[in-house]
Design a binder for this molecule. Structure first.
Ligand code: ZN
Length: 153
């Protein structure tokens, strides 16, 4: 079990050092800002949505290693998904990180989140759950913040 924890730690540190999909997204169609006052994490998430599918995603901001690596893993995971699929993954991820540490994680949720399971360890540190969830709440906000309907004139 210790080896597994070390592996998880390594993935998190790697995504913190070299975050994926980090930077501006010039052709974004929607975006949202997230802030976790408990830790000071801030991020701006930008999406490019075409025909209900996330074809582009990036994040900017500053935060702790957990929030940054969670944002990095999340952007990798939802790129190419439909908005419904991304919301479903949000629910599964949220269920995983909010499951009490002495209870087993729902098997379906664990299977669905795949690589994101590296963040299951935050359950041991309740304050860190907010760091890991922040990018996901911001994603949900960006998804529901639909762009203005196109003008016909
Ligand atoms: Zn944090």
């Amino acid at each position: 079990m210790q080896d597994l924890n070390d592996l998880y730690q390594e993935v998190i540190l790697d995504h913190n050092r070299r975050p994926r999909n980090f930077g501006p997204l010039p052709d974004a169609t929607q975006s949202a800002k997230g802030h976790n006052p408990l830790c000071g994490d801030r991020l701006t998430l930008s999406l490019k949505v075409e025909a209900d599918r996330i074809t582009g995603i990036s994040f900017e901001g500053s935060g702790c290693a957990i929030s940054k690596s969670s944002a990095s893993l999340m952007t990798d995971a939802v790129k190419g998904m439909t908005l419904d699929e991304a919301i479903t993954l949000f629910d599964r991820f949220h269920l995983m990180v909010t499951t009490p540490i002495d209870e087993p994680i729902d098997k379906d949720a664990e299977a669905a989140v795949g690589k994101l399971a590296v963040l299951a360890g935050v359950r041991e540190f309740p304050a860190r759950v907010k760091c890991a969830s922040l990018p996901w709440h911001t994603l949900k906000a960006a998804i529901t913040n639909a762009p203005e309907p196109a003008k016909t004139e």
